[in-house]
Design a protein around this ligand. Structure first.
Ligand SMILES: NC(=O)c1ccc[n+]([C@@H]2O[C@H](COP(=O)([O-])OP(=O)(O)OC[C@H]3O[C@@H](n4cnc5c(N)ncnc54)[C@H](OP(=O)(O)O)[C@@H]3O)[C@@H](O)[C@H]2O)c1
Length: 308
């Protein structure tokens, strides 16, 4: 496993995070196998959110954790709040944040979160209220470090004007198939392709400039929940390129797709969502694959892009 030191945040965190969004599909023995397998492969960081299975992912995790033989301090637990699917709104009011964290801690059966992220921007957010909530959580020892997810640079700037704690993480989507985080920089000012559209305010460069670690979610997915491109006949060139490097490196195509994210010099973490212990072991091999400069471009081009 490769480890990342998050600036102003937790140190020695695994480059591959185990995402727990799909954990509600498992029973507690199955969930324990996922946690233990990931940990034995070097993963020490687990990602949750209040909306994963409407809290069921966090409950399953804590029920399972007791079966793994691991101690709380062996792992870093992250959760996210702010999305309310039942109410069809995003909510970053102070009460909502504080209540969410209490509920998360209860479901995870822990006294503290290592990191709390605000999940998606509440357009009505008041940064002063967020600051009050973060102060209260920090003072109560309920959250050690703070961050965000799916946030643009100017929203981060607005938050940073009031929030005292450093915002150390921005969790955003990135995969070979959903590479818009990277595309816009390559095609800048090019009217002939939609790849040049700046869809996120250059958040990748912003995060690098401000020492905010990017966590890449859904590294294997088509669109948001479109299934994986691995071995998908709709992606023949990509699978051919992944397959050639996989064979050379003695790993799977999925591991190469994750290694493509880890090869970026921003020192990102990749959040894998598989609930299959064999897939977890295969994916963790990604951390030991050193893709060349040429490999990185070859995979990018095989995913359907071109050089301008
Ligand atoms: N911040 C946000 O807005 C946001 C949004 C979405 C997700 N997330 C986070 O990102 C995590 C990962 O998301 P995700 O589950 O969509 O990610 P993913 O790793 O891209 O996809 C996992 C899915 O791909 C399948 N898969 C098929 N072949 C596979 C292979 N060879 N190796 C590995 N998986 C394979 C898995 O099935 P098997 O289980 O059968 O292997 C699983 O259903 C989530 O758990 C969550 O923590 C964050």
């Amino acid at each position: 496993m490769k480890y990342v030191d998050i600036v102003n945040g937790p140190q020695h965190v695994s480059a591959i995070i185990q995402g727990c969004m799909r954990m509600p599909a498992l029973d507690k023995e199955g969930a324990a196998r996922v946690i233990r397998t990931a940990f034995d492969c070097g993963v020490n960081f687990f990602d949750h959110a209040t909306c994963y299975g409407a809290g069921e992912a966090e409950v399953r995790f804590s029920e399972a954790f007791g079966l793994t033989g691991l101690r709380r301090e062996d792992v870093l637990l992250q959760s996210k709040c702010g999305i309310y699917p039942d109410r069809q709104e995003f909510d970053w009011t102070k009460d909502a944040i504080l209540t969410s964290v209490d509920e998360i801690l209860q479901r995870l059966q822990t006294d503290y979160l290592d990191t709390l992220l605000l999940h998606r921007p509440d357009i009505l957010f008041d940064p002063e209220e967020v600051a009050e909530a973060f102060d209260a959580l920090e003072q109560a020892g309920k959250v050690r470090w703070f961050g965000v997810s799916n946030l643009m640079p100017m929203q981060l700037e607005l938050l940073k004007k009031y929030v005292k704690q450093p915002l150390v993480i921005n969790q955003v989507q990135l995969s070979l198939e959903q590479s818009q985080l990277i595309d816009q920089a390559l095609y800048m000012n090019n009217k002939t392709t939609e790849l040049s559209l700046n869809r996120d305010g250059s958040v990748l460069d912003y995060c690098r400039l401000h020492d905010i670690t990017i966590q890449a979610w859904s590294p294997l997915q088509i669109g948001m929940f479109g299934g994986t491109f691995i071995d998908n006949p709709d992606y023949p060139e990509l699978n051919k390129a992944l397959g050639e490097i996989a064979e050379r490196e003695g790993v799977t195509k999925a591991a190469v797709a994750v290694a493509w994210i880890l090869r970026h010099p921003a020192k990102m973490q990749a959040i894998a969502g598989t609930m299959n212990p064999v897939h977890i072991q295969e994916l963790c091999a990604a951390a030991d694959v050193n893709l060349t400069h040429h490999d990185w471009y070859a995979l990018y081009l095989a995913s359907g892009k071109f050089l301008p």
